[in-house]
Ligand binder design. Structure first.
Ligand code: 5GP
Ligand code: ZN
Length: 140
């Protein structure tokens, strides 16, 4: 449940102090120590898991119960007009802390928090090929 070397497990246990905004039996929400906008919040399951694909369904359900309201509340309290919910999974995706967490990032127009979305177009047939590859790997 608790991983001795995990920073966020230490936040959960209180070994590392945090500025909490919400807590129940299963979920903790606290301010990010390195915010990209005021109110930048992290929402975590209290039980350790490293990423989205190894969270217990019940723990994910507990997050799902509170994340939408937390996000809306953080946005409103910060007088922001929008928010991002981000979940980085794996180092290449920017995950630094290997305890599942959801960032709630309040946003405003022209705030320059993320201003580059490197979108491109698939060449003909590529989208169908990619979808096939994914579906062949699906085991739901
Ligand atoms: P990641 O890059 O793994 O998605 O995000 C990890 C986040 O955790 C970063 O935004 C970082 O600022 C935050 N963080 C790392 N250590 C601590 C800590 O000890 N306390 C708090 N409140 N946030 C932390
Ligand atoms: Zn942990």
């Amino acid at each position: 449940m608790n991983q001795p070397d995990c920073i966020f497990c230490k936040v959960v246990s209180g070994q590392i102090p945090s500025v909490k905004i919400f807590e129940n039996e299963h979920v903790l929400a606290f301010l990010d120590i390195g915010p990209v906008s005021d109110g930048h919040t992290l929402v975590i399951p209290k039980a350790h898991c490293s990423r989205l694909d190894d969270v217990e369904p019940q723990a994910m359900l507990e997050i799902a119960k509170v994340l939408p309201k937390l996000a809306a509340t953080v946005q409103k309290a910060m007088n922001a007009s929008a928010y991002n919910v981000l979940c980085n999974n794996g180092a290449a995706a920017g995950q630094v802390v290997e305890h599942l967490h959801f960032h709630i990032i309040p946003r405003n127009a022209d705030d320059d928090v993320f201003n580059h979305w490197p979108a491109y177009q698939y060449p003909e047939n590529k989208a169908t090929e990619i979808a096939e590859k994914i579906k062949q790997n699906l085991n739901l």
